[in-house]
Write a protein that binds this ligand. Structure first.
Ligand code: NAG
Ligand code: NAG
Ligand code: NAG
Ligand code: NAG
Length: 450
């Protein structure tokens, strides 16, 4: 009996496959052409398809430059967008990349030999170690570059993963800019990752595979001349964890990015009202900016009425798993630090609570407060008092380090100041005072919503 059913199934499958095989050429060549007898040759069809693809690429590349640069791109097929925040160069003509020294060869009609250098990372070289430059050489017919060893059929996007190790910088300076630069190509691009770091590629694998249908290339492992139909070198950056839909390429703001992230990770909870229990996720830092009385803090939060989830070592966490845990919470709590970047996995309307250690209020605001609000979160902050900082024990209550924190960078430089307040400071929360912030978060997420 069972055998018979299996046999029948096989037969049905076979018939479906047969019908599909007959229909497939129809679907590709087009019903009109087939039935009306205007048979179009495969060559012509391929040509048509290639033309369409070329137009698609050209149209979307043009969105990455504006004004004078756009005119230049239309005239010459090559233009660079340069601003104090970021720069990138675009070629609508085929390019050759020598991955041995990251030189991009772009054809030019101009007789002058021209060379330019791109910093494939935001902030144009400011404060960023580990990032290498890319050289772009515009060549003429009299100075042809070496012939292609490999042909690729989608545009190349070159960026650097040299400056990583901090989730906030990774998201703000690579992942969001990458989204802004390539989303419009609907995965029809290939990444060439300069300063390739395998841990970065594996951490963001889920995101990268949703932005490109092709394996990212590590240029160091394939030293050769690689040819592409078009190129983008460098990434567009809109500011700290920012997406501005009015800025080039146009149309990509925070809502589009959130939608992409939720879709990519398969996150189900889009609105905080879908979570019925008050659930708070605590980002527990282990090395710097620790909460010294963490156990008591957790007990207090539970006492207010929250279920508490504690996440450790979140910098190396499996993003897929972490995103799903965060997506089930309505409050995210952390001391100022990179982990707060993960608030992007929270449903809209959730509450982000940031603890601000001494001297870090400014960074706390421009990085995470503004970002949380731009995502439609409620934002609460808890600014510690001097007595809650571990630095009081180190420097003394009346030291200028405590009483006039700005004096540290004034007299000892910004790096020393960062070292003191970012690297040496822990907090011991005043639980009577901090409870008020937690109660406020509780009332926000438990208020009945329409
Ligand atoms: C890049 O390296 C290749 C091979 O070493 C060399 O032929 C080429 O001139 C180099 N390009 C530039 C611009 O230095
Ligand atoms: C070379 O290219 C750069 C970047 O596109 C441009 O600013 C510069 O004017 C060009 N120089 C010449 C001589 O064409
Ligand atoms: C967004 O971009 C536009 C166009 O570049 C600019 O005028 C505007 O100031 C930007 N908005 C923000 C909030 O940065
Ligand atoms: C700090 O200064 C105040 C007033 O000047 C003084 O009362 C206090 O004892 C000083 N504290 C320490 C720890 O030196």
């Amino acid at each position: 009996m069972k055998m018979e059913i299996k046999g029948k199934k096989k037969l049905v499958c076979g018939v479906i496959l047969f019908i599909l095989l007959i229909l497939l050429p129809l679907m590709y060549v087009g019903v009109d052409d087939f039935f009306l007898g205007n048979k179009i040759s495969l060559d012509l069809w391929m040509q048509k398809k290639t033309m369409k693809e070329k137009e698609f690429i050209k149209f979307h590349l043009a969105r990455l430059v504006q004004g004078e640069d756009r005119r230049k791109l239309d005239d010459t097929g090559f233009a660079c967008h340069r601003s104090y925040q970021s720069n990138h160069c675009v070629s609508t003509k085929p390019v050759r990349i020598d991955t041995r020294n990251m030189t991009v060869y772009v054809p030019s009609d101009d007789l002058r030999h021209n060379e330019t250098t791109v910093w494939p990372y935001p902030w144009n070289g400011y404060y960023v170690g580990g990032v290498s430059t890319v050289r772009i050489v515009q060549y003429t017919s009299t100075t042809p570059p070496p012939p292609c060893n490999f042909h690729h059929h989608v545009p190349v996007v070159v960026f650097s993963s040299g400056h990583i190790g901090n989730t906030y910088h990774e998201m703000s300076e690579i992942i969001i800019p990458l989204f802004l630069t390539v989303r419009q190509f609907q995965s029809r691009v290939m990444f060439v990752v300069e300063d390739y770091i395998p841990s970065f590629i594996s951490k963001y694998n889920t995101i990268l595979t949703h932005l490109s249908a092709h394996e990212p290339m590590n240029p160091a492992t394939v030293p050769a001349i690689h040819c592409f139909p078009a190129s983008i070198v460098g990434l567009k950056y809109h500011g700290i964890l920012a997406l501005n839909s009015s800025n080039i390429p146009g149309g990509y703001g925070m809502p589009e990015f959130r939608h992409f992230i939720f879709d990519t990770f398969g996150l189900k909870t889009t609105k905080v009202s879908e979570i019925t229990r008050p659930r708070l996720l605590l980002l527990s830092r282990k090395f710097t900016r620790r909460i010294l009385n963490e156990d008591e803090t957790i007990a207090m939060i539970k006492d207010v009425g929250f279920q508490v989830i504690v996440v450790n070592r979140f910098d190396n966490h499996d993003l897929k798993k972490l995103s799903h845990v965060i997506n089930t919470c309505n409050v995210l709590l952390g001391v100022h630090g990179a982990g707060l970047t993960y608030d992007m996995f929270l449903p809209a309307g959730a509450v982000v609570v940031q603890v601000e250690p001494l001297d870090l209020e400014h960074y706390a605001k421009v990085i995470f407060a503004d970002n949380a609000r731009s995502m439609g979160m409620e934002y609460l902050h808890y600014k510690i008092e001097e007595e809650e900082s571990s630095l009081v024990k180190v420097f003394g209550r009346n030291s200028s380090v405590i009483t006039d924190t700005a004096s540290v960078s004034k007299h000892n430089g910004i790096m020393n100041s960062r070292n003191v307040f970012y690297e040496q400071q822990n907090v011991k929360l005043n639980l009577v005072r901090f409870r008020e912030t937690i109660v406020k978060a509780f009332s926000i997420v438990t208020v009945p919503r329409l």
